[in-house]
Design a protein around this ligand. Sequence first.
Ligand code: FES
Length: 361
Amino acid sequence: MTPEPPWALLAELTHACPLRCGYCSNPVELTRRSAELTTEQWAGVFRQAGELGVVQTHLSGGEPLLRRDLPDLVAAADTAGLYTQLVTSGVGLGERRLARLAEAGLRSVQLSVQHAEADTAERIAGARSFAAKERAARLIRAAGLPLGLNAVLHRGNLDGLDALIRLAVDWGADRIELAHTQYHGWALRNRAALLPAPAQVERARTVVDRWRERLGGTPELVWVASDLLDATAKPCMGGWGRISLTVAPDGTVLPCPAAAALPGLDPPNVLRHRLDRIWRESTAFNAFRGEAWMPEPCRGCALRTTDHGGCRCQAYALTGDPARTDPACRHAPDHHLVRDLVAGPRQLAYAYREAQREGGP
Ligand code: FES
């Protein structure tokens, strides 16, 4: 069966980043700056994405502002008919840069925040960044661009959620996205430091409910639950090869940002194959598409049409087999692994990445 066209393209323009967040889900081995796609190659990706039917692209990383050619990339995506959203730490976003990006066709910005208190935020990010974020939020609002604030939730910031939401409202966010850590890539190393206590998650949920009532839908407050703590498989990526694709900095095309770690996937590259062929025909995109690959109990479970079998990368990280039922699900044969993790010991300090120093495009 021919799949529907993807709706979104996550364009990871670079893995380089001024922050060193312990929860970073990018791979442990980052793509070197010298291996990144050139401006023209990215422009080709956006053209092909537009032809394939992609509606929206998230220009992400790493920190996309580290690409000096970012305005050209935004213009190329805009010309291809894509709605462009910048996903940024805000570090390096000055008034002139933002004006150039808006002129080039940038439609919205998603800014990351780690905590409402500057010191704690910078300890989580592993870098000075709080003042730059506050300034970036002000500039984005002044430029009239929609502002989304996103916070990755974990043991180190869940208890500060009330203040974090207040900060997002004060900074003028149109949308606040609160998403629990995904334990892939670097974050997997820090799982014992990041994984919250069940009581923290319950308290945080109450805080979100209170704010939702108070805000009445504006700004929109999105809570992406913790699959491990809720014992529920998440509909990861909206289903494998179903609504979105990721292009990594070197042109590797993936069904999800963490999929490069899966064994035997042999992910294709835009430098060798066209995006439409990759989407429709590649082994990687068809590996867990639809329901035929599902084992029991997923195969006979009514939830399979909404959770799409959960997260393949998590199944691999926890069991060594990406085709197993996601152990997050309380019905999974391997769910005891998650119960043990949640009940297991915690670690106090994060491991930080080394800063990347090479120059890039
Ligand atoms: Fe890869 Fe969930 S992160 S399938």
